[in-house]
Structures are given as C-alpha cells and as structure tokens.
Design a protein around this ligand. Structure first.
Ligand SMILES: Nc1ncnc2c1ncn2[C@@H]1O[C@H](COP(=O)(O)OP(=O)(O)O)[C@@H](O)[C@H]1O
Ligand SMILES: [Mg+2]
Length: 236
C-alpha cells in the first residue's frame, strides 16, 4: 500500500491544520473562561462541557490528519522497535478487552530501523489498536511479532536489512466488500467516537515516508497486518 503525495495537498492540509488549531485554541480558551463562572446553572455547565469535548475531538482529528502529510520536521535516527512496542504495552493493556490475550515476541538481536521515532510509533500503534478493537468483545488473541525480514522481490529492497512488525488477531476479519476502502481517509465501520477512520491512512502515509511496505491479509478469525521497515542504508 503506497500513498501518492502532492505538494499542493500537503500544503493545503498543513495550512488547514494550522488555522483550525488557532481557532480551536480560542474556542477552548473562551469556554474555559465561561466555565470559571461559579454562578452557572447545571444545564449550562453540561452544555459548555460538551462544547469543550467537541473542540478536543476536533484537535485530535486535526493532529491525525496532519500526520498524513509529508512532515517538515522529521528526525531520522536508529530506532529499536522492540523497545517501543514493550514501552507501549501498558497502553495496549488499557485498551484490551478483558478476555483478550496479547503476546509480544521480539526476535533476539533485532537490528534498529532507520526512522522518525514518533511517526513510526504512531504507525505501529494504529495497527495494534485495530487488532485490539477487533478482539475487544471476544476472548481474542493478538500477537505482535518483530523479526528481520526482507521484502518480496517485486519491491526495491534497498538497503539489505529490514524489520517486519507483524500484528495478528483472531477477530472477525475484514469483509471482502470493504477491503478496497479501508485505507481511504475517514472510512470506518466502528461506531465509537474515537474511531476517526484515519488510522490506516496515517499508517500507510508514515510507511511510505519511510520507504517501507505495508501489507495485510484477512479472513474470519485470522487477520495479519505487516509493516516492513528498512534499516539504515549502508554508508558509502
Ligand atoms: N484488524 C482488523 N480487523 C477487522 N477490521 C479491521 C482491522 N483493521 C482495520 N479494520 C477495518 O478497517 C477500517 C479502517 O481502519 P482505520 O483506518 O484504523 O479506522 P478506524 O479504526 O478509526 O475505524 C476499520 O473501521 C475496520 O473496518
Ligand atoms: Mg483504527
């Protein structure tokens, strides 16, 4: 899955995100000031609280949309993905269904990938979050597997070393009739407010920025999303 970027679209999203953030900051500030008034009746306080929640949700949405565009402030460095995934474990556990089992398996001596740490962490997080959602209501199993792996011959495999992050869940799978839409921005089959339908769009964007590969396969009871990320190119 590769995403095409155009400079025009990137500028548009960056510009919109910047202006919307300014507006929402004002919004947030003024509602906060109103809420400081201790003489408000309960209905007004509740209403203002809802407006504040709406502004927060809008900020979250803008942050994610911003993550899709080509970044202007990328910090490339060697990133140990195993450390990241282990660090995220408490967050995964807080989102895990009570009967879901999560196993993290990191291959011994895994090389670091050459990446922007914050972005690559978001990409992994989104994939795992989808697996957690898919198994939330069942006694599900999720495995996060990290190991060295080279891309298929059809992919321009420079450099020589790559790392695969493979997330497997035994949830219901992705129905065939929506498979061509799951990477579209705002496409979601979930009803909860936190589901923006941007998770896979953001992930595909980040993987493209890293010149990596994102692939998946899905059938009922077995869904695998795999991110292949390159290690540092050999120094000449
Ligand atoms: N592991 C998975 N199992 C089942 N469906 C999935 C899985 N991952 C993604 N999907 C489907 O792809 C859609 C888009 O995912 P995403 O872009 O992350 O948005 P969101 O999670 O906000 O719905 C989901 O709504 C869901 O229908
Ligand atoms: Mg998601």
């Amino acid at each position: 899955m590769q995403i095409e970027h155009s400079e025009f679209q990137d500028q548009l999203v960056r510009g919109l995100a910047h202006r919307m953030n300014n507006i929402l900051t004002l919004f947030h500030g003024y509602v906060g000031l109103l809420l400081d008034n201790k003489n408000l009746d309960r209905g007004t306080v509740d209403g203002l609280g809802r407006i504040q929640d709406g502004a927060k949700a809008a900020c979250h949405l803008i942050d994610r949309a911003h993550a899709i565009v080509r970044p202007t402030n990328v910090v490339w460095r060697e990133v140990q993905l195993g450390d990241f995934v282990r660090m995220l474990r408490p967050t995964f556990d807080s989102l895990r269904g009570p009967n879901t089992r999560l196993v993290i398996d990191v291959a011994e001596g895994l090389p670091p990938v050459w990446a922007d740490a914050t972005r690559v962490k978001s990409a992994v997080f989104e994939i795992v979050r989808n697996a957690l959602d898919a198994t939330f209501a069942t006694a599900g199993n999720i495995t996060i597997d990290l190991r060295p792996e080279v891309p298929p011959p059809s992919f321009p495999a420079e450099p020589a070393s790559w790392v695969a992050v493979r997330v497997t869940d035994d949830g219901p799978g992705i129905p065939a009739d929506i498979r061509n839409r799951i990477f579209q921005p705002f496409f979601s089959t979930k009803r909860k407010p936190a589901a923006t339908g941007l998770g896979l769009t953001v992930t595909a964007g980040i993987v493209s920025q890293h010149r990596g590969l994102l692939r998946y396969e899905s059938q009922p009871g077995h869904t695998v999303f795999e991110l292949l990320l390159p290690c540092r190119p050999e120094q000449a």
